[in-house]
Design a protein around this ligand. Sequence first.
Ligand code: R5P
Length: 327
Amino acid sequence: MRVTNQTRDHGANAYGGIKVFAGSSHPQLAEEIATYLGLTLSGRDCIKFPNENIFWRLHESVRGQDVFLIQTLSSPVSDNIMEMLIAIDCLRRDSAARITVVMPYMAYARSDKKDQPRVPITARLMADMIVTAGADRYITVDLHAGQIQGFFNIPGDELTGFHLLSDYFADEAIENAVIVTADLGFAKKGRNFAAKLHLPMAFVEKRRIGNNAQSEILTVIGDVENHNVIIVDDEISTAGSIENTVKVVKEAGALDVYVSATHGVFVGPALERLRKLPIKEIIVTNTVAPTPDRLLPNMKYISVGRLLGEVVYRVHLGRSVGEMFNE
Ligand code: R5P
């Protein structure tokens, strides 16, 4: 990743000066982004009234300014979504010239199609709500499916955490390693990850037995026997997929197992599952805050702060983001 190694001159652009606001969901990451930009976070109050209604008040005017709002959509999901929408509305009503919502982890991204009768497409609803609230742009990291970009009718930048994760494994130089994806839907991204590290690939395939949706068998396609395995996925939520994948590669003769994902969402039984599994290291980025309930001794967080900071800087100046990745 190419970052701008110079004093960041962020004088006013066509949208005015830059201001960065933090929602309540990930203050450390917002702080990191602001520090990268050489700014302090703009002040605001966020109050939750006894009736659970959320209220935002800005400490300073944003009239005619280029405003970035940092809010990741982790637990409490509904509150964080609602706060984000209220904050966008607040900024819009104070006459911000442009509002960019920086949403490192987008909730509801897995609800991206009608894959059974009578179900919603909530990722589309999310995009509609963000646009309706008044956002002009969005920045996010590793959407569950790239097509979700098309749900937004405003410009946006979808970044990836995989460069950071693959750089980590390149530095580790794990011998005799093979990249494994937890499901075939992730095969293409997994292949890119493997190609970057010049490593071979294997896949875990989930196959249904008969017509019973509950009965599945897992098989490994590719060679993991006597190899160190690096499992990659976009997110770890309940860690059910990772649990199955670790078990099946171990049964197939894998040596050390490493697990990596962009989003360490870690909900419900995730930590207990991961604690019990024979995993050497779990590497995730901090798109979701590494709170104490999301930490294990074998877990490492890689920050997306510099990546997001640089993208915010480039968006503000109207400079290419692809250039950072030689695109
Ligand atoms: C699935 O399509 C995703 O790539 C992840 O494998 C999934 O979101 C992980 O969920 P969980 O940790 O609950 O198994």
